[in-house]
Ligand binder design. Structure first.
Ligand SMILES: [Zn+2]
Length: 140
């Protein structure tokens, strides 16, 4: 389960709109629990630059990745996932997204801006298989 606080949710969706017409991306920071799995609680949804500057693909800027890793470490947390936007398609991982999904522990969050209201979904991607994860929006 992904537990997203109000501030993290706003940061994530806001960054998705700010990135238009390109895909926007960012990293999710939170604690790991037992079995080297994220607990699902997100302490920060950290906006990053899309190094691809593309409307159809994304790559988290390596400098932003490094800064996020450092920020996580200082809090005793980890990067537990990544999010990106789809500007005109479903909030569902594309074949490219699946190929790029290298960390089986991570949460993969998609925000679709296709409709008037943003649609947010979360997934685990393991061995090329996509499994949806429940999302709970919480008050901070
Ligand atoms: Zn995608």
């Amino acid at each position: 389960m992904l537990r997203l606080g109000h501030q993290a949710h706003l940061a994530l969706v806001g960054h998705a709109y700010d990135g238009l017409p390109n895909e926007a991306c960012g990293l999710l920071i939170g604690p790991f629990g037992a079995h080297a799995e994220p607990t699902g609680r997100i302490s920060e949804a950290r906006p990053c630059r899309n190094a691809d500057a593309s409307a159809v693909t994304y790559t988290v800027d390596p400098r932003d990745m490094l800064a996020a890793m450092r920020a996580a470490k200082t809090r005793g947390e980890e990067i537990v996932g990544v999010w990106h936007s789809h500007t005109h398609t479903d909030p569902y991982p594309s074949p490219t997204d699946v190929r790029q999904a290298v960390d089986p522990a991570w949460l993969y969050v998609l925000v679709s801006l296709r409709d008037l209201a943003p649609m947010l979904r979360a997934y685990r991607i393991r061995d090329g298989k996509i499994a949806e994860v429940a999302v709970v929006l919480e008050h901070d």
